[in-house]
Design a binder for this molecule. Structure first.
Ligand code: NAP
Length: 298
């Protein structure tokens, strides 16, 4: 039976390390690391994610400032507000909470590119993306990618010289994860919706990363013994149109059919409790990196 790669344990280690580092900076008279989250509109799901980030930030002694902008704001006005945050020396990291309201979505990258790359703690600016695509790991890794790498490192899953198949090629998860693994010396294959035989690519890998958003996409025939499988998928189940009192309880599953895969592979990250808890922690590791680098520039 597979070893379960528990992300909560890793998250708690990261939290403690960040807490200690921030405390010692504060004791040395340095300012609080500060993250600015720009929220455009008020999508309830986004508000929930922002609350999560605030709670984590406060638990480690960082300051999280939420900058609310109206849904009707123009891309130019949003860029101007972000530019002010970029110039503000009291702000060390900036993120734009995605998704943007639908009218602004075509301008997402242009808006994100107003963030000073030195403060790009989500690793989403064109500068950060280009750097990672060129194989440099010295910039900011997107939080989910950083979380996946931390999970692999904590459980001593070898990367250098190993075959990885990444299922999913989104700009948010699949692509930066494949690029980071490649930069770390892995031989990486990427599968996507047009891949004719995903199982042929996953079965031969040493490790598999799945980031698609389809429950039970990866089953027993996709895996083989000795593999590590990281399930990034988050699928909310139990939502349908029955009356409230008949609704089954909502629960979250990944992209991997864990019951079918766990008896075969060596290690598997659960959903929930695998990569998910690490994403917020990774964002604050990036904030700490931005903060430390800004202190060193002084
Ligand atoms: P996305 O933008 O929708 O991308 C999904 C990717 O999966 C695309 O590249 C798509 O291929 C590919 N795909 C779709 N059907 C496929 C199939 N049958 N076989 C192989 N590949 C297929 O999603 P995302 O933002 O990357 O997120 C992926 C999942 O991770 C979602 O469940 C999301 O909720 C979750 N997630 C989790 C975390 C976390 O912290 N744990 C963070 C972010 C996202 P094409 O490019 O060809 O369309």
């Amino acid at each position: 039976m597979a070893t379960i790669l528990d992300g909560i344990i890793v998250r708690d280690h990261i939290r403690e390390a960040l807490k200690t580092a921030i405390l010692s900076s504060l004791q040395a008279g340095a300012p609080k690391p500060t993250l600015a989250i720009v929220q455009i509109g008020a999508l309830p799901e986004s508000t929930l994610y922002i609350e999560q980030k605030k709670r984590f930030g406060e638990s480690i002694g960082a300051h999280v400032e939420v900058v609310h902008l109206d849904e009707e704001s123009t891309a130019q006005a949003i860029r101007a507000r972000i530019a002010t945050l970029s110039d503000d020396t009291a702000v060390h990291g900036i993120i734009v909470q995605l998704p943007l309201p639908s009218s602004l979505q075509p301008e997402t990258q242009m808006i994100i590119d107003a963030i000073d790359p030195k403060k790009d703690v989500d690793g989403m600016t064109s500068t950060s993306r280009t750097k990672l695509a060129a194989g440099a790991m010295s910039g900011f890794l997107p939080a989910t990618t950083r979380g996946i790498i931390s999970l692999l490192a904590y459980y001593h899953v070898p990367v250098m010289g190993k075959k990885f198949t990444v299922v999913g090629r989104s700009a948010l998860v699949g692509t930066p994860t494949a690029e980071a693994l490649r930069a770390m010396g892995a031989e990486v294959t990427v599968a996507h919706s047009k891949t004719p035989d995903v199982a042929a690519l996953t079965r031969g890998a040493d490790s598999i990363i799945v980031a698609v958003g389809k429950p039970a996409l990866i089953g027993a025939h996709h895996v083989s013994s000795g593999q590590t499988v990281i399930d990034v998928g988050i699928n909310v189940m139990g939502v349908h149109s029955k009356p409230e009192d008949e609704l089954p309880k909502r629960h979250i599953v990944g992209d991997v059919d864990a019951a079918a895969v766990a008896p075969i592979v060596k290690a598997l990250s659960p959903v929930p409790g695998g990569v998910g808890p690490l994403t917020v922690a990774s964002l604050f590791q990036n904030l700490m990196k931005a903060y430390t680098e800004s202190q060193q520039r002084k």
